[in-house]
Design a protein. Sequence first.
Length: 147
Amino acid sequence: MADEDHLVETSVLPVGRHHAHPISVEKNEIDHLGHVNNAAYLTWVQDAVVAHWERFASKEAVRDHLWVALKHEITYRRPAFLGDGITAESIVEQLVGARAFFTTLIKRGDELLVEVKSSWCCIDAVTHRPVRLARTIAARFLPVSAA
């Protein structure tokens, strides 16, 4: 299977399902091999997913809910370097109970560098206990039938 065969076509997704998050590669993210350290990608994924949530959720939902990562599966395809213009494209794949499943594509232009499949748990901002998203909130990210 070619690399492109499993990628999500982001141009046809509902508006709240897809978010493009710009990234600036910083000097402290460069490792001894001269490219971005693997740990930086996890930070970028977290930043992209949180920015995605903050962009499309209501102010009240952002205030009342937090997200914690449960799992990341990372496929490294090409390295990133200092000065690269990088974008993390986060895509909501599924919402199930208190969990959300994202694909994040880290790209340099149209070139795919890293693909991350991740799962997240929505928690109440006060109690820190898992909480389901209300259907009206979920509908901002996925069609109601898929949420």
